[in-house]
Structures are given as C-alpha cells and as structure tokens.
Write a protein that binds this ligand. Structure first.
Ligand code: P6P
Length: 334
C-alpha cells in the first residue's frame, strides 16, 4: 500500500515553498480542515437531528431563507477562526456585515477569510451535495488594529489561498496557494483528509454544460444561442451534442467540471440583473482554483479575479470552467 499523505503533512511539506512563512498560513489551513470535518459530521447526521434540518426562520442579507445548517456551519467556521489567532476578521454569506475580531489575540492575525459556509443549502433537505467555499487574503490594515472593510474588498488576484469543501459521496477538500491545485479526501476511519487528487488540472475542453435553463429566456440572447445552437447540436467530430448537468450546488458542478471538463454559467438575468453568485466568497475563490488548474473564469467579458470589488455581497455574472468552453461561450456574447 503506497504511503498516505495527510493534509497536515502536505501543508507542512509545502510550507518550505514560502521562505518567509512562519507557519501562520499552515495553521490557518489546518484550522479550516478541522472545522470542515465538524461540518461534514453535522451534514451527514442532519437528517437524524431535527434541529439540524429545515429553515432557521430567518433570512440573510441576500434575502435567502437561512437553513439551520447554514447557521451551524457559519458559527463553526467563525469560532474556529476566532480561536486560531491567524485571522483578524471575516466576511461570510450569512452575515450582513464583516466581523473584525476584537481580542488582542486576533487583532494580531495576519489574514482575513471570506467564505460561504454552506453553498447550495436548498439541497440540504433533499440529500444532494453541498459545499463550503473560502478565500484567504493578507490584511491591508496594520497588525494589532481592527480589521477594516478595505481588508475585505480586495481583488481576487490578491488572494493568498482559496479552496472548497465538497460534502458529496465523500467529503473532499480542494485548495490552492498559487502553486497548483490539490485535492484531499476525508477518510472517516482515521478522521484525516488524505491526498487523493495531486496536481489537479482542468481539461482544456469537455462535453458538459451546467446552467439553470429555466433562465434561458430571461438572459442575454447570446447565451440562449450558445446553448441551443452550439451545446445542443452535434459538433463535427462528435457523435452527439453536449450533456446538460446542473446540480444546483455550485461547488458540486464546479468540482465535476474540474475533473471531467465542462462549463458552469450563471448569467445576469432580468431577475438577477447583476447575476446571482457573489464575487468575494463564491466566484473569486473558485476562479483562483480554476486558473491554477488551467481553466478560466470571467463575468462573460472580464476576468473575475481582475474585478475590483465595491460591496461585500456584490454579485457578478459567472462563466467558469474549461478554458476553450468559456472562450467559446464568450464568443456568443455581443
Ligand atoms: P438557481 C446555491 O444557492 C447557488 O448559490 C449555487 O450553489 C447554485 O449553482 C445556484 O445558486 C442555484 O441557483 O437559481 O439555479 O436555483
């Protein structure tokens, strides 16, 4: 049996890549892994614990009805960041404003984390894959002070690290620190994330497209044309048209495309004129991973990681996946 590399070992081995690293980022990544294990346990037992399933009875700033597990996961990550000392502040989909941690311990933290604690939460009650998405930046404000909004509103290209956890048929953690993408599968028998997908590369093209086609008549004409006259028609050299695969959980659709090739599209529509997905804690982290794996992520016209954020919960149109497929889709946009 070949040697198993745990996430902890992998992070420590890679720490040498950062000559000036004093271990804070390593500790932060390990903290995220620990919180993810706890959330994974809660997700997998949710059906058995009545206070885990269903709506929380509140709505978040997005106007979305919060699920109990959304709030449980959000609190789990926030408590882990507060206790770890590497993070001076956070922003999350489930909190209206950002949080500046005010203990002396946390004010000395070098990093801020923006995250969606449980993406796809409408799928929780029907046992479909859901995920956590996170984005790590070095703070801009002075160490020892309270985190600021400026720390949160950084361009995606400033990310130090980004990743996601997929609570699927297995629990996987996939992340990048700008030196490639690596995937780890949680082995419940030992409670460790183990390296299962080293040096992940997104195929340059693929045959699957993920889009809520219920939006096809309320988005720009070029997208309808791309789906109907390109994806749904047999192309030269292929036996049949592309396949539509839409899970309704961004992390799950993205992960499938990362492994098999494909494109995910959530355009701006007459219902969501800026798009539905959030730039800071959904699009930027997945864009970092996509680019590191050889893929592409745009808003249909501009590189996602070059967009200068104006608001914490800013939404953008999202085209992400295999480079040639994203370029092909963009060619249909006027
Ligand atoms: P719709 C989940 O709420 C999410 O943010 C993504 O995970 C998912 O791809 C999308 O929204 C689903 O949105 O409008 O198709 O239900």
């Amino acid at each position: 049996m070949s040697k198993v590399t745990t996430l902890h070992e992998f992070i420590m081995d890679r720490q040498a890549d950062f000559p000036f690293a004093s271990g804070e980022l390593s500790r932060l990544l390990n903290d995220i892994a620990v919180a993810s294990k706890v959330v994974s346990k809660d997700v997998r037992r949710a059906g058995l614990l009545e206070n885990f399933l269903g709506a929380q009875g509140s709505t978040n700033i997005q106007g979305e009805e919060q699920q109990k597990l959304d709030v449980i996961a959000d609190n789990q990550f926030i408590n882990m960041f507060k206790a770890g000392g590497e993070v001076c502040g956070i922003a999350s989909e489930e909190n209206d404003d950002f949080m500046a941690f005010d203990s002396e311990f946390s004010k000395n933290g070098k990093y801020v984390v923006l995250f969606d604690p449980l993406d796809g939460s409408s799928n929780i009650d029907v046992n479909v894959s859901i995920g956590t998405i996170f984005s790590i930046y070095r703070r801009k404000s002075d160490i020892g002070s309270l985190a600021t909004m400026e720390d949160m509103l950084q361009m995606g290209q400033e990310q130090i690290a980004a990743g996601y956890v997929l609570y699927g048929s297995s629990t996987m953690l996939v992340y990048t620190t700008g030196r490639g993408v690596n995937g780890f599968t949680l082995d419940p028998s030992i409670g460790e994330f183990c390296l299962s997908h080293p040096d992940m590369k997104m195929p340059e093209t693929g045959r699957m497209y993920a889009m809520n086609e219920g939006n096809i008549n309320i988005c720009e004409e070029g997208i309808k044309e791309y789906i109907e006259t390109y994806c749904q028609q047999t192309q030269p050299g292929h036996a049949r048209p592309y396949s539509g695969r839409y899970i309704g959980s961004l992390v799950a659709d993205f992960h499938r495309n990362l492994i098999k090739g494909g494109i995910y599209i959530y355009p701006d529509t007459s219902v969501d004129p800026e798009g539905k997905l959030r730039l800071l804690y959904e699009c930027n982290p997945l864009a970092f991973i996509a680019e590191q794996a050889g893929g592409l992520a745009t808003d249909g016209r501009n590189r996602i990681m070059s967009i200068s954020p104006g608001r914490l919960h800013q939404r953008v149109p999202f085209f992400i996946g295999s480079k040639k497929m994203v370029e092909q889709a963009m060619s249909f946009l006027k």
